[in-house]
Design a protein around this ligand. Structure first.
Ligand SMILES: [Zn+2]
Length: 300
């Protein structure tokens, strides 16, 4: 494990997410580990999550929560970022909601996914030029799962990564800065769920992934097969990840599948968070175990 020594320049990691809570369910343990190692970590949240469903059964049907959901989600985010030790900025777009039904209903007027890609890209370029990250993480082109805000988050992240260093693009959005690596989060891979599922069965415990695995087997062709290049060992940061996710109290069921596998089993069966290297301007051999592989040498 490589630690940042106090005399080397501080490394910076930016994680771009669609909604408050996404930072705590995707790559959260990785962020907590890097924070502990002295890396400056900034989460950029594209939307306020105003259209998130209340998934905690204990809080469902509460008029006071529904009436104040935007403020509540801001407060939940404040607690989560404190737990993770990250800084966080809002990009200021409005949640598009997850359209459901057949045919799908139209997206609500003014939402993030209906804004031009360029509008989101410009705001994110401004964030990149201000924070000057060495590494950026986002979702793959399917958004990790097909929520329109996640797909849009992917689109603006890739466009901003490519544009931020070019002085001819978005000249009013700050001094050019080129991040060195771009990653896609691969948190919810079928391989991980299968490993956890089998580890639970091997211990004689009930697996929470039975349904999920069946669904995945039936629709295998609909999923993009991620090319995992990078596995960061974060077994010691799972508590922080779970605590941060639970801070988004309206958005998670504390009795849900996410929390069903004992951490000791997770540490044994799948101790890493995984990523796909999508862009790199440095030399680093894959597979890697560090998002800053090849970057540390460059920055030093
Ligand atoms: Zn989301």
């Amino acid at each position: 494990m490589v630690f940042v020594s106090s005399d080397s320049p501080r490394l910076r990691l930016m994680a771009v997410h669609a909604h408050p809570d996404d930072e705590s369910s995707k790559g959260a343990a990785t962020m907590a580990r890097y924070v502990d190692e002295g890396v400056d970590v900034l989460v950029v949240t594209c939307t306020g999550g105003e259209r998130g469903s209340i998934l905690n059964p204990a809080l469902q049907g509460r008029a006071d929560i529904e009436a104040n959901i935007a403020q509540i989600r801001e407060d939940e985010m404040a607690r989560a970022r404190e737990i993770l030790g990250v800084r966080q900025h809002w990009l200021g777009f409005v949640d598009s909601g997850l359209p459901e039904g057949d045919p799908l209903p139209p997206l609500p007027e003014g939402c993030f996914a209906l804004q031009p890609v360029e509008a989101g890209t410009e705001r994110l370029v401004r964030e990149i030029r201000e924070f000057r990250p060495h590494v950026v993480t986002t979702y793959d082109e399917r958004g990790g799962y097909p929520h329109p805000d996640h797909i849009r988050c992917h689109e603006i992240s890739v466009a901003a990564f490519d544009a931020a260093g070019d002085p001819d693009l978005f000249p009013d959005a700050g001094e050019p800065w080129q991040p060195l690596k771009l990653y896609y989060d691969v948190g919810f891979s079928p391989e991980r769920f299968t490993a956890l599922h089998e580890a639970m069965l091997a211990k004689g415990l009930e697996s929470p992934y039975e349904e999920r695995r069946k669904l995945w087997e039936e629709s295998r062709e609909k999923f993009r097969v991620p090319n995992v290049t990078t596995k960061v060992n974060v077994a010691d940061w799972f508590e922080r990840r779970d605590a941060a996710l639970l801070a988004h109290a309206t958005q998670v069921d504390p009795e849900g599948w996410f929390f069903k596998v004992p951490l000791a089993i997770q540490r044994e069966a799948w101790p890493t968070e995984d990523f796909e290297l999508a862009r790199s301007l440095v030399d680093s051999e894959t597979p890697e175990d560090d998002l800053f592989a090849g970057v540390r040498e460059r920055v030093a």
